[in-house]
Design a protein around this ligand. Structure first.
Ligand SMILES: [Zn+2]
Length: 159
């Protein structure tokens, strides 16, 4: 595929339910995204992650799941096109300290790469650095921390 090679999946939610060719294009886009989520889930499973339904009483594990391994968590959403609910193919991840992992590749890269994401700074794009939580879920290295804090933790950010 062209364009971004990691999540979030490039899709425009507001056009899914519009009529005409745009709607068809978004439907196939969404289908392709769901296939990526499904493939990601199967890869996690075969790599030793424990995969469970996010909503055990409401929704099948194939549609909404959460995978765990050594404190790391990756979750996925893969809902079919005929759903009346809004939603996009989606994968999110958190390290063992609860800070979000990003960017998560479209294709499961293996546990070593997932662990390395915990030491990647999305701000300056450096790898192998110590990272800290900023605001709710953002990650930054010590060098980028002050600027990101100033940007995101404006007065009232945690109200
Ligand atoms: Zn940085």
């Amino acid at each position: 595929m062209s364009g971004r090679a990691h999540w979030p999946w490039p899709i425009s939610v507001d056009r899914i339910y519009a009529g005409g060719a745009g709607r068809e294009a978004e439907k196939s886009n969404r289908t392709a995204g769901n296939l990526h989520v499904d493939a990601f889930r199967l890869a996690l499973e075969s790599d030793g992650w424990l995969v469970e339904p996010t909503y055990p009483n409401h929704e099948a594990v194939e549609r909404a799941w959460k995978a765990k391994r050594d404190g790391f968590v990756i979750s996925g959403i893969s809902r079919p096109n005929d759903d009346k609910t809004l939603g996009v193919p989606e994968i999110n991840g958190w390290c063992d300290r609860g800070i979000s992992l990003r960017p998560i590749p479209l294709i499961y890269p293996g546990f070593e790469v997932v662990k390395a994401l915990a030491h990647h700074c999305p701000e300056c794009k450096r790898d192998g650095v110590e990272t800290v939580r900023v605001a709710f879920a953002n990650r930054a290295c010590r060098g980028c921390e002050p600027a990101l804090r100033a940007k995101l933790e404006t007065p009232g950010w945690c109200d």
